[in-house]
Design a protein around this ligand. Structure first.
Ligand code: AMP
Length: 294
């Protein structure tokens, strides 16, 4: 599909009402909108989503919003990397037509205290793993993503497979809302295999070396799967062994059947497998995952 640059300069809007108006005008003139929600501190992983949204739609919109509802811990929220100037330049140079940077208050003008906001439930895919280790996180994601979907009215939204459980949750939300189409994009990695993440800049050199053990652990699970291993407990143990390292705390290292999500680790042999890992290295939490049966 031909991507049309609608403005010489990328439009930057802060108000959901104005953003909704711009999006509605695009739809009225027959444009399809591809939308990329982000929390900023953009890297090549985010930009791969923007490029794809530009290529597959006639207008591309991104949002930069560090959503307080998805942080359980105020310190983590405060420490989250921010670089708006660089983000805007990158979005513009990658063909984004409009960037939307609303605040929580603009999304919920009727509410003065964040604790009064009634969050939506992330649904069945919100339980277990991220749901267990970051209680409320995926509910917070769902609450904001629902507002963003309604504001933008996109034909397609682009999410990274790196946040695998999030892709399941937002796909449920989009199905319940009746739109948009959710496009899940592959994880972009450094040469070392480490998945790009905005949080990587918070790692010291030593911590980054430890983080580079995550991908080999996922590959070890995939090798075992290729050799016929289907026992979730043994696959988990293989990953745990690769991750056994001072200064690296494993929250989970599990293989799950993505088509049969349950809140507890599966006890019976798997038919399909997605290996998922979450670790803490110092104050930084990282997640990654890999499909084993493709
Ligand atoms: P975030 O800003 O971390 O909320 O991420 C915004 C979007 O970019 C989400 O859909 C993420 O899954 C996606 N994303 C983050 N890191 C990567 C990566 N390394 N490769 C591809 N997509 C990514």
């Amino acid at each position: 599909m031909q991507h049309v640059i609608l403005f010489d300069a990328m439009l930057h809007l802060d108000s959901p009402t104005e953003a909704a108006r711009w999006c509605s005008a695009q739809r009225d003139r027959g444009s399809t909108i591809g939308f990329v929600p982000t929390m900023g501190a953009l890297h090549s992983g985010h930009l791969s989503l923007v490029t794809r949204a530009c290529n597959e739609n006639t207008a591309c919109c991104a949002s930069i919003f560090i959503n307080p509802l998805q942080f359980e811990d105020a310190e983590d929220y405060d420490a989250y990397p921010r670089d708006t100037e660089s983000d805007l330049a990158l979005l513009k140079s990658h063909g984004c037509d409009m960037v939307f940077m609303g605040s929580l208050h603009q999304f919920f003008p009727e509410i003065s205290d964040i604790n009064e906001i009634k969050t939506l439930s992330a649904g069945p895919h919100g339980s277990g793993l991220e749901g267990q280790f970051r209680p409320g996180h995926l509910d917070g994601v769902t609450t904001i993503v629902e507002r963003l979907f309604r504001t933008v009215g996109a034909a397609r939204v682009y999410f990274g497979e790196k946040d695998f459980q999030q892709t399941l949750v937002v796909s449920d939300l989009a199905r319940d809302m009746g739109y948009p189409e959710v496009v899940v994009c592959p994880t972009v990695r450094e040469d070392s295999g480490l998945a790009l993440s905005s949080r990587n800049v918070l790692l010291s050199t030593d911590e980054k070396t430890r983080a580079q053990r995550i991908y080999p652990a996922l590959l070890a699970a995939r090798d075992a799967w290729s050799s016929g291993e289907r026992d979730p407990g043994r696959l988990s143990a293989i990953m745990m062994e690769c991750l056994s390292l001072d200064g690296l705390v494993v929250e989970y290292a599990e293989v799950r059947d993505p088509g049969h999500w349950i809140s507890e680790p599966q006890a019976t042999p798997l038919e399909h497998g997605q290996a998922l890992i979450a670790v803490r290295i110092g104050s930084v939490r990282l997640i990654d995952n890999l499909r084993l049966d493709q």
